[in-house]
Design a protein around this ligand. Sequence first.
Ligand code: A4P
Ligand code: MG
Length: 162
Amino acid sequence: MGEGRREGGVFIALGSNLGDRAGHIRSALRELEEPGDVRVLRCSSLRKTEPAGGPPGQPMYLNAVAELQTELSPADLLARLGEIEQRHGRERTVRNGPRTLDLDLLLYRDQVIDEPELTVPHPRMWQRPFVTEPLAEICGAQRLAAARALRAPLDATRPSRA
Ligand code: A4P
Ligand code: MG
């Protein structure tokens, strides 16, 4: 196995607020590893969090962040995340509505991707304690600061979208 495969630096967010929330998150991590081209290097604790946005009266979320080691491209990894969401019965109805499983790609090493179907670093991640807190738990301070700096040049040239 080459050094590149050991590199890590790919972070995903996992969230669930319907059904067996911890079960959805744990089995998503297993399913990610099943084909053999993704390894879960570490996972944060599962945190119970207040729902941000969406309709009122939603159940609490369980959230976590995991670091992956993979040679899959960002697009292929996003497709894998989508397949796993589908397998967990994810239905997209209401924006920010309750979901059995939400898998977002947060960081892909030092890549900056600016497509509507894939934006990396994840555009809303830094405003969300349910992402930043578990991320800080498994990601060193230095790497966290480097990740924060990644989008800064892009954001500075663009009018802010409220
Ligand atoms: N997309 C673009 N970039 C990415 C990326 N980096 N990772 C596109 C994942 N997807 C990305 O996402 C919509 C589209 O975003 C996809 O087609 C993909 O190509 P989605 O998962 O289909 O829809 P969504 O999750 O309902 O929308 P969105 O905007 O991703 O919602 P968020 O921002 O993920 O927020 N409160 C708590 N406490 N905990 C939570 O986990 N999650 C949300 C969902 C709201 N409130 C929450 C939580
Ligand atoms: Mg999502």
